[in-house]
Design a protein around this ligand. Structure first.
Ligand code: 13P
Ligand code: SF4
Length: 335
């Protein structure tokens, strides 16, 4: 029996992956990534590693080396369900921490340890304790874009895909919701639960304006999809408001001729291949933290098995409860 030639397989796989980015990237650029992509694939096999990539990652990572792509909830669940020994999180620090909470026995690598998030940095565990003291009896729900130390102080975690569902399923008349004030106003507009917000903001989404959308709309008929981290006037001007996975599902349902994604702009690059009949137009804001992950850093991280995510046992136990509560309250569903 002739065994398959692994080099030939690599080339076929490489060509298949290029087909997904050929509209965005000249083949010379894709070729320039070849050695690193091959090296990362080899290290993945040696380490029994799984690469997870958030929807905002660079196309050469998203299409070139990722085994699983998705929103923050999908990535955390994939980490827990995988039988890999090593998880490489191509995303930001809170995503790597969440993966570690759900997969405590696995080694979780974050190739750029300085990949933070303005929302996660907007609130501390002490801030949550002070909010609880100011509003006795109100449960605290934290957005997944928070540190493990903050999650440890909360009753349940949520993501943008399930925030409304989690808050309603708590069954309380008022809920403290941290830290994103714009996601809080989105939830408040869609539920009868009274929301006590914090004043955190995403430095990327807060820059979009409703006026920009109106300007685009006056020039062309366009289906507008906005992330709920955008300001309220942007959300009001959009045809659909939802998480990154929710936006993809809405595109699948509507198949618009022209679409504008009001979110981190790598996402339109990453999903455009799956919607060849849709023309994507968008104002472009990049997340500097997401962009810190690069192919050389992924390769280096797998070589050195560093930097690894570690969470103190007492913090991890309490934070895991808050993530588990989200899953128990029905956080499996997507919106
Ligand atoms: P999603 O959970 O929708 O992927 O969003 C995460 C994020 O950081 C958006 O800015
Ligand atoms: Fe954080 Fe905003 Fe970047 Fe998402 S886009 S990781 S919320 S800074």
């Amino acid at each position: 029996m002739i065994s398959p030639d692994p080099t030939a397989y690599d080339m076929a796989e490489h060509a298949r992956r290029y087909a997904r980015v050929s509209r965005l990237m000249p083949d010379v650029e894709w070729g320039a990534h070849f050695d690193l992509v091959k090296g990362i694939e080899e290290l993945k096999r040696q380490r029994n590693a799984l690469i997870l990539a958030h929807n905002y990652q660079r196309p050469e990572i998203f299409h070139g080396v990722a085994d699983i792509q998705g929103d923050s909830l999908a990535l955390a669940r994939a980490a827990a369900e995988s039988d890999a020994d090593v998880i490489v999180m191509c995303g930001v620090h809170f995503m790597a921490e969440t993966a570690k909470l759900l997969a405590p026995d696995k080694t979780v690598l974050l190739p750029a340890p300085d990949a933070g998030c303005s929302l996660a940095e907007s609130i501390t565990a002490a801030d949550v304790r002070a909010l609880r003291a100011a509003h006795p009896g109100a449960p605290v729900v934290c957005y997944v874009n928070t540190s493990a130390a903050v999650k440890a102080e909360c009753d349940s975690c949520c993501t943008s895909a399930n925030a409304i569902e989690i808050i309603e399923n708590l069954g309380a008349p008022e809920v403290i919701f941290v830290p994103d004030e714009f996601l809080a106003s989105h939830v408040a507009a869609n539920t009868s639960v009274r929301i006590i917000p914090w004043r955190g903001r995403c430095e990327v989404h807060e820059r979009f304006t409703g006026a920009e959308i109106k300007e685009y709309r006056s020039a062309a008929d366009v289906f507008v999809l906005a992330h709920p981290e955008c300001p309220p006037d942007v959300q009001r001007a959009a045809d659909f408001v939802g998480s990154t996975s929710g936006m993809i599902a809405a595109l699948e349902r509507h198949r618009p001729e022209r679409a504008m994604l009001i979110t981190e702009c790598s996402m339109a690059d990453n999903v455009s291949g799956a919607f060849p009949d849709t023309e994507f137009t968008r104002p472009c804001n990049l997340c500097p933290h997401m962009q810190r992950i690069t192919l050389p850093k992924i390769h280096d991280s797998l070589m050195r098995m560093s930097p690894q995510i570690e969470i103190a046992d007492d913090v991890a136990a309490a934070a895991r409860r808050s993530v588990q509560r989200m899953l128990d309250l029905g956080g499996q569903r997507r919106s």
